[in-house]
Design a protein around this ligand. Structure first.
Ligand SMILES: [Mn+2]
Length: 476
């Protein structure tokens, strides 16, 4: 029998909630997986991408990674991996560095044989480049009984998929027995065209939507069968989810009462408020949780409360309209407008803004760099020209000609693409993470949209050096 430990979406370097402890947690989860692999004496550890949260991990994260990978190397357990969307760089990959150090093997079109299993890899490929993909893999060596593909992306038949697994399997020159995946942080397994397709899930909660216990997969190859089982990680950071459904007239007291019912020591506390009731100040709830020992506390108020005093006659214009109007006047590029919309979209979980924007920018850069050019002046009366902002607002064709900026060819497909980006994000409700930060971000300002300031600052600083990195500041 050949046993492979399948993990992924480790997101090392992610300083979730701006907490250094959380950053350490991601590293510790990886260490636990590796220690389990050694204790279990598996034949290989397969990593399905997103080892790093960011394409610029910090030195401590890299040192920690080397330290952990060395544990595997010392135990003679190969670490076989592909590159995920979070960590992907234009030229060399971090994975190549670890390969140079003898600590990892990057999977690709040539098989890496572990006992009687041939493993192949397919890095994350942006949607815009998938049509040109040929799924050409070198033949399976004669003496090998099984073939496995490792990849990163949102594959069918799982939620929010944008990559057709049947196409991949049918067009591949190798007949795979199993496909081991990363990207979707929710673990799941399905059978597609007689092939087992499975996500291992993330090893630490990268977003508050990842409520289930974290873990990894064990994949056994024996007797012409592939058996996938799941093992939980018990030592991940405790998350306490407090769901308060307020009735009319209830307010912060009721929420605090619900918070007090839980043991919060060292936990990340996520308070979700729904229902009716009075407005509450999140700080009052978060402070209570901190006072009771929580590491981090965040309040997500999901209520759509009506205006408090309807008789007060100060009338504000619809703030969304006001922002949209102002954005139109700014002469932003089509790309900036789309990204502004992504940042402010109500359909997109705050936690997914960063990744959705990143993916969108990458796709735009590959498709049509002109979408980053500032919008040209538009003459009043150009009523047949509709801006992306108009389209996104569902006002297609009725744009206020005086205020609207002209849109180029990118406008035509912007609806579909942006909708897809929003979907991609929702999907990745499981994936990304900065719930806390973006919840408080200045949503009227596209340039500062994503709350993950840590990473963004980093990227903005280095933007000149790496064309692959388009920070919002570059085009907004
Ligand atoms: Mn991921």
């Amino acid at each position: 029998m050949t046993r492979v430990l399948h993990t992924g979406d480790t997101h090392l370097g992610y300083q979730q909630y701006n907490s250094p402890e959380r950053r350490q947690d991601f590293l510790e989860a990886f260490r636990t997986v590796v220690e389990d692999a050694v204790a279990d004496d598996v034949d290989a550890v397969v990593h399905a991408g997103d080892l790093f949260h960011d394409r610029r991990p910090g030195l401590v994260d890299l040192q920690g990674t080397v330290d952990i990978l060395r544990v595997l190397a010392d135990a003679d357990i190969p670490f076989l991996a592909v590159v995920g969307n979070h960590e992907s760089k234009r030229d060399a990959q971090w994975l190549d560095l670890f390969a140079d150090l003898g600590l990892a093997t990057r999977l690709g079109a040539e098989p890496v044989v572990v006992d009687d299993v041939a493993l192949y890899g397919l890095d994350f490929v942006p949607r815009s480049r998938r049509d040109d993909l040929t799924y050409d893999f070198d033949p399976v060596p004669g003496e090998v009984a099984y073939a496995t593909l490792v990849s990163h992306g949102l594959f069918e038949p799982f939620a929010h998929a944008d990559w057709d697994t049947e196409t991949v399997l049918e067009e591949s020159t190798v007949d795979f027995d199993a496909v081991l995946l990363g990207d979707n942080h929710k673990p799941d397994t399905a059978e597609v065209l007689d092939t087992w397709v499975t996500y291992c899930g993330s090893t630490e909660r990268a977003s508050a939507s990842e409520r289930e216990d974290r873990g990894y997969n064990l994949v056994d190859f024996a007797d012409d069968e592939v058996a996938i089982s799941r093992r939980g990680l018990s030592s991940t950071r405790e998350f306490v989810f407090v769901d308060a459904d307020l009735a009319e007239g209830e307010g912060v007291d009721r929420v605090q009462e619900r918070v007090r019912q839980h043991d919060l020591e060292d936990a990340v506390v996520i308070v979700t408020v729904e229902g009716e009731g009075r407005p509450i100040a999140p700080a009052a709830v978060e402070q209570l949780a901190i006072d009771r020992g929580a590491l981090v506390a965040r309040v997500n108020d999901r209520r759509d409360l009506p205006d408090e005093d309807e008789d007060v006659s100060v009338s504000f214009a619809n703030p969304d309209d006001a922002v949209r109007e102002r954005v139109r006047e700014m002469g932003l590029s089509n790309a900036a407008l789309e990204i502004d919309e992504t940042v402010r979209s109500g359909d997109l979980a705050d936690s997914n803004v960063r990744e959705s924007v990143e993916r969108r920018v990458r796709d735009l850069l590959e498709d049509d760099e002109s979408s980053f050019e500032p919008a040209p002046e538009r003459e009043p009366g150009d009523e047949d020209v509709t801006t992306v902002a108009d389209q996104l607002a569902g006002e297609s064709g009725t744009a206020d000609a005086a205020a609207a900026e002209s849109a180029g060819s990118a406008a035509a497909d912007s609806d579909a693409d942006t909708a897809a980006a929003a979907n991609g994000g929702e999907i990745e409700g499981e994936t990304a993470a900065d719930t806390d930060d973006s919840a408080t971000a200045d949503t009227g300002n596209a340039a500062t949209g994503d709350g993950d300031t840590d990473a963004d600052t980093d990227e903005t600083t280095d933007a000149d050096a790496d064309a692959d990195t388009a920070s919002l500041g570059d085009f907004a």
